[in-house]
Design a protein around this ligand. Structure first.
Ligand code: 6PG
Length: 229
């Protein structure tokens, strides 16, 4: 278990875009996150590396909506990354248009035996990662790789999500976090006790190195700027 490295930067999305571009150039297996933060990082990555042929692309979670719904994490990636690429990756979309349990089962069958090289995650203000919310039964799942259940925060639609064992199996974990509203969650997730109450903190119990790219607002007064691992 290693303490996460906090990289406090003026433009953490640009840094994460660079990491994604490097991973794509190396033809890695990459897991994207959803939400409102990663779009700029995806745009940077597409500009830096337009050739994602040979990349195997996955998602850490998905809202149970059709792929053209504005709440879809796939729609976010299509708009900010996929549509901008000259060479497309091998896309493994969580099929949000299906019944949640069916979407989870189909995704889990695809994911079986796949090694995740780079897992990109966001951090919820409640400390959730992917769609593993504090106190949720989905957070307790230890056998399956993928599960489904209700949202613990907006948008209030059912979710399909990788489970904690699936997240912990990734070779490398990168967080992208921005804004004052995440400051308390950052301190709890990466510097507080490891507890179910803060799902992101549970990732510190695994072997994968964790790098957190964040702005000063998310880092809060507790972190010095530009701190590196
Ligand atoms: C989702 C994401 C979720 C997200 C956090 C942070 O489906 O919403 O996968 O885990 O990363 O909620 O979201 P923001 O970047 O919007 O703050």
């Amino acid at each position: 278990m290693r303490e996460p490295a906090l990289h406090v930067l003026d433009d953490p999305a640009a840094a994460v875009g660079g990491l994604l571009a490097e991973a794509a150039a190396a033809r890695e297996t990459i897991v994207l996150t959803g939400g409102s933060t990663p779009g700029q990082a995806y745009e940077h990555a597409a500009t830096l590396e337009p050739d994602w042929s040979g990349v195997s692309l996955w998602w850490g979670d998905e809202r149970c909506v059709p792929p053209d719904d504005e709440r879809s994490n796939f729609a976010l990636a299509r708009r900010t990354l996929l549509d901008r690429l000259a060479e497309k990756p091998d896309v493994h979309r969580i099929r949000g248009e299906l019944r949640p349990a069916d979407a989870a089962g189909a995704y889990e069958r695809e994911l079986e035996g796949v090694e995740l090289d780079l897992l990109l995650l966001g951090l919820g203000p409640d400390g959730h990662v992917a769609s593993l919310f504090p106190g949720s039964p989905q957070l307790e799942e230890r056998r399956r790789l993928v599960t489904s259940g209700p949202a613990g925060l907006e948008p209030w639609v059912d979710r399909v999500t990788l489970t904690l064992p699936a997240l912990l199996a990734a070779k490398r974990i990168v967080f992208l976090v921005a804004g004052e509203s995440k400051s308390a969650a950052v301190a709890r997730a990466f510097r507080g006790p490891i507890t179910d109450a803060v799902p992101a903190s549970l990732l510190r119990g695994g072997a994968a190195p964790i790098d957190v790219y964040l702005d000063a607002a998310a880092a809060g007064a507790a972190q010095t700027r530009g701190q590196t691992p």
